[in-house]
Design a protein. Sequence first.
Length: 152
Amino acid sequence: MSDIVTVGGLPLHPLVVHLVVVIVPLTFAGAFLMAVWPKFSRRFGPLIAIGAALGLVSAIIARQAGEQLAPIVGVSASHLEWGGRAPWWIAIFGIAVVAFWLVDRGIPANRPRPVWVHVFAGVMVVLGAIAVMQVMGAGHSGSESVWLPKIQ
């Protein structure tokens, strides 16, 4: 295990993966609230944007640490596919969140959002749902790769 990055003797990958599994769905929930509740967007938009950035950084670290760990523990091709795609979808979602927040904060509180902003909000929510599905797929396939051989 000397060839892989560890924290306290444990591989970095499963530690960072737990951050991804928590932060991406929380960011999605925040993005959904931003989409449907302008006051929430104005108040908590910066926090949700930070969550999106943190989710992306942690997904990239998890992917790199996973690539180091994969030859040692062996993982399924399915996990490699899901894990390879997840950071890209998280990045696209994160960009949408930041862009939406930047646009939405420029709309005065006493004015309704234009129709195109509602469409943008819908796109952001769909991208967030896809990002969460990618995280779930990567997590599920990784858990199966590691644990099924041990419990069967």
